[in-house]
Design a protein around this ligand. Structure first.
Ligand SMILES: NC(=O)c1ccc[n+]([C@@H]2O[C@H](COP(=O)([O-])OP(=O)(O)OC[C@H]3O[C@@H](n4cnc5c(N)ncnc54)[C@H](OP(=O)(O)O)[C@@H]3O)[C@@H](O)[C@H]2O)c1
Length: 276
């Protein structure tokens, strides 16, 4: 992409995206309006990406009971950053989450304009609230879901699943990062705004993905399928299982490939990176 890009949020996605773009990466607290303004004026970017957010480590359960952090980083921070970008006429891209829905919207998949219907975790509640606020700031909001990538890492869905002994078999929309980056960058190049469901076509089921791992990489990999109710006994917060519509992305000519095509490619690349 042309011109300097400034990425806020030096976590898993922000670090990868900044590396890919050769962008400036900052850990500045996005809820500190003055610090954000200083950073924007010092770096003088032509566009900004917000990959900062409170996600909970190792998962959203860790965020429960910490509303100060969740609201600061997922609501107040994005608003402060959007305000400073708007003052300067800078295009802002914000990483949103699809984990604000439960279900499949009677088979059609949740569209960008459907109101959120999942409030089972502090993470999801604050992501939905941040998203709603940013609609008024003409920000490009990219809804990502359970990201997978060829590079192993603790936040990568495939890495997580390979450590789980028990998984559910529920259809979900997912984002394969190698497919996400080009579409997301095309939207930024176009100066797009509004909410976009950035998920691959088709659905993923954890047991099917692990079966793929067994067939392509490790026939001895063991796991057990349990019901969502059984799994919930080990969790603090509820989990969203949902399918998002990709119609808007398709209409823009930027659809991410179908999971049937992309997941086998991802599994092979992941195994190669592991040396498996
Ligand atoms: N990975 C996913 O499954 C997923 C799915 C959908 C959407 N997203 C969204 O994508 C964004 C990035 O996620 P990620 O996977 O890269 O998560 P991550 O690895 O936890 O990265 C988020 C980063 O933001 C930092 N941060 C938190 N509050 C901040 C603040 N007020 N100011 C500046 N930095 C702050 C965190 O630092 P500390 O760790 O020090 O707090 C962390 O380095 C988040 O908004 C997340 O909601 C992620």
């Amino acid at each position: 992409m042309e011109g300097p890009t400034l990425v806020f949020g030096a976590g898993w996605l922000g670090t990868q995206w900044a590396r890919r773009l050769g962008a400036t990466l900052r850990k500045t607290d996005i809820a500190d309006a003055e610090a954000v303004r200083c950073e924007l004026d010092a770096v003088a970017p032509t566009r900004v990406i917000n990959a900062a957010g409170a996600t909970g480590s190792p998962n959203v359960d860790a965020l429960e009971g910490n509303p100060a952090k969740a609201y600061r980083s997922n609501v107040a921070g994005p608003i402060a950053l959007a305000t400073a970008c708007r003052e300067r006429g800078l295009h802002l891209t914000h990483l949103g989450s699809g984990c604000i829905y439960q279900g499949d919207a009677e088979g059609r998949g949740y569209a960008e304009e459907d109101p959120p219907n999942f409030a089972g975790s502090l993470y999801s509640r604050t992501k939905a609230m941040g998203e709603a606020a940013l609609v008024d700031f003409d920000v490009l909001q990219l809804r990502v879901r359970m990201p997978l990538a060829a590079e192993p890492g603790p936040r990568n869905l495939l890495t997580k699943l390979l450590t789980f002994e028990r998984v559910v078999s529920v259809p979900n929309s997912v984002t394969i990062l190698e497919d996400f980056w080009p579409s997301a960058e095309a939207l930024i190049e176009r100066g797009a705004t509004g909410i976009w469901n950035m998920v691959n076509d088709g659905v993923e089921r954890h047991d099917e993905l692990l079966a793929l791992w067994r067939s392509l990489v490790d026939p001895d990999h063991a796991f057990e399928v349990v019901s969502p109710a059984e799994l919930a006994r080990d969790l603090v917060a509820e989990r969203s299982n949902c399918i998002l519509s990709t119609d808007k992305l398709k209409a823009a000519g930027l659809a991410l490939p179908h999971v049937e095509e992309s997941l086998p490619r991802l599994v092979k690349a992941y195994a190669a990176n592991l040396g498996a």
